[in-house]
Design a protein around this ligand. Structure first.
Ligand SMILES: Nc1ncnc2c1ncn2[C@@H]1O[C@H](COP(=O)(O)OP(=O)(O)OP(=O)(O)O)[C@@H](O)[C@H]1O
Ligand SMILES: [Mg+2]
Length: 280
């Protein structure tokens, strides 16, 4: 039996040197990761896209905008911090004061806590309530290449704030029976946000997640999507991969857990596609 080779963190291998972190541009590109359907891979995509952009030398801010705090814990941080994105959104502190470096190359994070569940209600009567996140991100956009926002599984005020603050929306989609129906609702919301608050909002792309090429359903849904949304679907497809589901329990992006896994390689490919979309 051969001894298992110890996994090297990305960038430490002989042929794996990461480019140095580049100076940030004038304005970060803000990408909201959204789908009102639960468990489709939003957080997995937000964490691993951010980590892959960091490895590529891009300074990236990951904003956990979900009260579940899965992006926060998935990066190894506590979801019980005293000050979080909730306090920034409610005007109790600045956004920069809650930014933490979780020890992931090039990536900073704005952590979330359960307090954020209250924001939806508390903001209901506040003026410009859809614009809170965009206003907060205004000054931080100068310090990063990318800002990636992990949205909760709803089309409520938090997701509306994320879409209003974003340049584009990346839609993770699990190849299952109701996927298309959910996509129609989300597309309608994107249209409404464009009309009312953010005319520049574009669709970064639809990302097929947890894809299992052995099942007819995965293949059929992928074909159907190509038919209706051709040109909007990422070439990169994220396969179902157990390493991706294990990594959060170690508080790490998959790139720092098992860089050779198909899951890690897929997210590196996704980051390349995203970088090719814009000049950032
Ligand atoms: N490609 C994949 N292969 C295997 N497991 C995956 C994959 N992507 C995500 N998972 C797992 O599926 C579950 C749901 O993923 P994730 O938390 O990213 O979805 P989500 O859309 O953010 O969920 P929520 O709507 O609750 O925020 C998690 O346990 C995650 O580890
Ligand atoms: Mg999530």
């Amino acid at each position: 039996m051969t001894a298992r080779r110890k996994k090297k963190p990305p960038g430490k291998g002989k042929n794996r040197a990461s480019p140095p972190l580049a100076a940030p541009p004038e304005q970060a590109r803000v990408i909201a990761i959204a789908n009102q359907k639960g468990g489709v891979g939003k957080t997995t995509t937000a964490i691993n896209l951010a980590a892959a952009l960091g490895i590529a030398g891009k300074r990236t801010l990951l904003v956990d905008f979900d009260p579940q705090g899965n992006a926060t814990s998935g990066c190894g941080l506590s979801t019980a911090s005293e000050q979080s994105i909730y306090h920034a959104i409610m005007g109790e502190c600045s956004l920069s004061s809650i930014v933490v470096n979780p020890g992931i190359r090039g990536v900073d994070i704005c952590p979330s806590t359960q307090d954020l569940y209250g924001a939806e209600l508390e903001l209901a009567t506040v003026e410009n309530r859809e614009d809170r996140l965009r206003e907060l991100l205004y000054t931080l956009r100068k310090g990063y290449h990318y800002i990636v926002i992990d949205c909760p599984p709803s089309l409520g005020l938090l997701t509306i704030n994320a879409l209003t603050a974003a340049d584009s929306v990346l839609i993770p989609l699990q190849c299952e029976y109701y996927a298309m129906e959910g996509l129609a609702h989300l597309s309608e919301t994107v249209r409404r946000v464009r009309d009312a608050f953010n005319p520049g909002l574009s669709v970064e792309g639809i990302l097929l997640t947890m894809f299992d090429k052995r099942t007819n359903l995965s293949r059929e849904v992928a074909q159907e999507l190509q038919h209706h949304y051709s040109g909007q679907i990422f070439q990169t497809v994220i396969p179902r991969n157990v390493r991706l589901s294990e990594a959060p329990s170690f508080g790490k992006p998959v790139l720092y857990y098992d860089v050779r896994s198909i899951g890690a390689q897929s997210y590196l490919a996704l980051a390349s596609e995203v970088m090719n979309h814009g000049s950032t």
